[in-house]
Design a binder for this molecule. Structure first.
Ligand SMILES: [Zn+2]
Length: 274
């Protein structure tokens, strides 16, 4: 084993190979970071003084069928620029993970061809760990969909918790994909979307939505060039609401007049009220 095999075979870079142990059928590599490459994980300064170390064990790519663990001592340093003691950054694994990035990549590749159970058994790791990797991959892929291609969008609100809470949804009308989910209803819920939209450089041609003044205001100020389209359902609903109001007003007017006549004739109107 050598430092160069560590890099080419295991994707571990910036560390020195120290030694290998064999523990109950597993291979354990010990590696260390050269003190001259230590820096502050917050500001990147190399103006640091050593303050001990923290041991961390990470699952790495297996050799044959044998599980491999990498043990590394992460130096703790006092950053003279920040004035704070921190662990130096670890490039081969994400913070709080118990495996290397290469291990995660391999597990995710396998899970395209095998069940989670099979991958877990093959890598000798818990089912939950694989499930968690898949969940995070889905979040990375779908939490923030690319907006550059957007042309026609629809904005609508949906209520949940028995109508007490709202979500504002933005749809790509061409693909039907949800591209934004905002908390609440109205202009506020769209603000993070406008920010992402602006940096994506997308050119929105048309926006379909209901006739809520908050959405209209928001679209007029953020997408002044886009055509606003009110969908037929909302137009019909508004029309019917107006029609009902008119019918109610007319009815009231007639009843009032009739009431006057009835009261004059019998002392009571047609609804029995005096
Ligand atoms: Zn610093």
């Amino acid at each position: 084993m050598s430092t160069s095999l560590l890099y080419h075979g295991f994707g571990i870079r910036g560390y020195r190979y120290v030694g290998t142990e064999y523990r109950q059928g597993a291979v354990v590599f010990r590696i260390e970071q050269a003190s001259e490459t230590c820096c502050c994980s917050a500001c990147g300064s190399t103006n640091v003084a050593p303050r001990g170390q923290v041991d961390r064990s990470l699952r790495a790519l297996p050799i044959g069928g044998k599980p491999v663990t990498v043990c590394l001592a992460i130096p703790r340093v006092l950053c003279r620029d920040c004035g704070v003691i921190r662990q130096t950054p670890v490039a081969l694994a994400d913070p709080r993970r118990t495996y290397t990035k290469a291990f995660e990549h391999y597990a995710l590749q396998l899970s395209q061809y095998m069940t989670i159970q099979d991958v877990a058994r093959h890598l000798d790791i818990s089912w939950d760990v694989i499930k968690d990797m898949q969940k995070r991959r889905l979040q990375r892929r779908f939490a923030k969909p690319k907006l550059k291609h957007l042309r026609q969008i629809a904005i609508d609100e949906i209520s949940y918790a028995k109508g007490h809470r709202y979500l504002t949804i933005v749809l790509d009308l061409e693909s039907g994909a949800v591209v934004h989910v905002g908390d609440g209803k109205g202009g506020e819920a769209l603000k993070p979307f406008w920010k992402r939209l602006r940096s994506s450089g997308a050119k929105i041609e048309a926006v379909a939505m209901d006739m809520s003044p908050a959405y209209i205001d928001a679209v007029l100020s953020y997408l002044p060039k886009a055509t606003i389209v009110f969908d037929r359902f909302h137009v019909m609903k508004l029309f019917n609401d107006k029609l009902s109001d008119l019918r109610r007003d007319l009815h009231r007017e007639v009843v009032d007049k009739m009431g006057l006549v009835q009261t004059w004739v019998t002392g009571r109107d047609e609804f029995g009220t005096a």
